[in-house]
Write a protein that binds this ligand. Structure first.
Ligand code: G3H
Ligand code: 13P
Ligand code: ZN
Length: 308
């Protein structure tokens, strides 16, 4: 049974997205304030959303707190909501999340061989299907830092379109994360230039048809938030994100779920730094956390507007 009766399987949201040529924003969280910001942004824009937690976010919050927070979020959310495990590294964590009531999981065996990736992904699909839980997997390699996995920039390997079709058919997954030029974190390209290969996306789409694709590493890394961070003591260098145009074009070419974490982190940080710098005698955490929550909501709204 899902954490809350109002949670829906991720696949339902992604089919809705594909048929309406929009994408569902999948936002990472690791605390209550960020969940409040995401749900509140989605309510203003009247859109479904996916709340997602990485294994380290689950460890940070603790499963029981996470479930309680998401259960309240599901009640507060006016639209449909899914709870997704982001970058599950093995069968055990996927099983644990399915057993705990997540409505969607990602098994990320993309660093393994194709055959191993198929085998590990299929095992998760076979288990998840019994509970109506959706499964996302990844093929190809994104550069940057994933939870526990580090890939150097410039060494990313785009998803192979033929392999994508075979992978989908052999595993029975509900959605596929593709490597098409994005990467995790705040430095997505050299000299401010990060590009999605729309050509590669089109080739994948030609092979797999109307199948939901997932875009990881899709933060915009907005300059105004970066500037505030740096003005108030941060040293964020070589920042570079994905343009709104690229995201929109990706959505027109089969991307139905867009993952965002870094943008929320930077917006949150900018507010904390600003409030603390300008109020050096402040000791009440609500002073800076409420500003951080507002900044997170603002950035989530900006992102959602590019997905609709
Ligand atoms: O894709 C990775 C996400 O940004 C999660 O990062 O493992 O630090 O929570 P994290
Ligand atoms: P960003 O680092 O671009 O926010 O990507 C997050 C992500 O892909 C989570 O799975
Ligand atoms: Zn990711």
């Amino acid at each position: 049974m899902f954490v809350d009766k109002k949670l829906v399987p991720g696949s339902e949201l992604l089919s809705y997205a594909l048929s309406n040529k929009i994408a569902i924003g999948a936002f990472n969280f690791a605390n209550t304030e960020v969940v409040q910001a995401i749900v509140s942004a989605a309510n203003v824009l009247k859109t479904p959303i996916i709340l997602q937690a990485s294994p380290s976010a689950i460890a940070y919050l603790g499963t029981q707190y996470l479930k309680a927070i998401v259960s309240v979020a599901a009640e507060e959310s006016e639209g449909p909501l899914a709870l997704h495990l982001d970058h599950g590294q093995d069968f055990e964590i996927c099983k644990r999340c399915i057993d705990e009531g997540f409505s969607s999981v990602m098994i990320d065996s993309s660093s393994l061989s194709f055959e191993e990736n198929v085998r590990k992904t299929k095992a998760v699909v076979d288990y998840a299907k019994k509970f109506g839980v959706s499964v996302e997997a990844e093929l190809g390699t994104l550069s940057g830092v994933e939870d526990g996995t580090s890939v150097l920039p410039g060494c990313s390997f785009y998803t192979n379109p033929d392999e994508a079709l075979e992978f989908i058919e052999r595993t029975g997954i509900d959605s596929l994360a593709v490597a098409v030029g994005t990467s995790h974190g705040s430095s997505k390209g050299k000299n401010g230039n990060a590009k999605i290969s729309i050509e590669r996306l089109r080739e994948i789409r030609k092979k797999v048809g109307n199948f939901p694709l997932v875009l990881h590493g899709a933060s915009s890394v907005y300059q105004d938030f970066v500037d505030v961070c740096n003005k108030y003591g941060a040293n964020l260098k070589d920042t570079c994100g994905i343009s709104d145009n690229d995201i929109r074009e990706a959505i027109q070419n089969g991307v139905a779920k867009v993952n965002v974490d870094t943008d929320i982190r930077i917006a949150f940080l900018s507010a904390v730094r600003k409030v603390l710098s300008e109020n050096t005698s402040l000791i009440d955490m609500r002073g800076y956390l409420s500003a951080a929550k507002d900044a997170a909501k603002e950035v989530v709204m900006r992102k959602i507007k590019t997905f609709l």
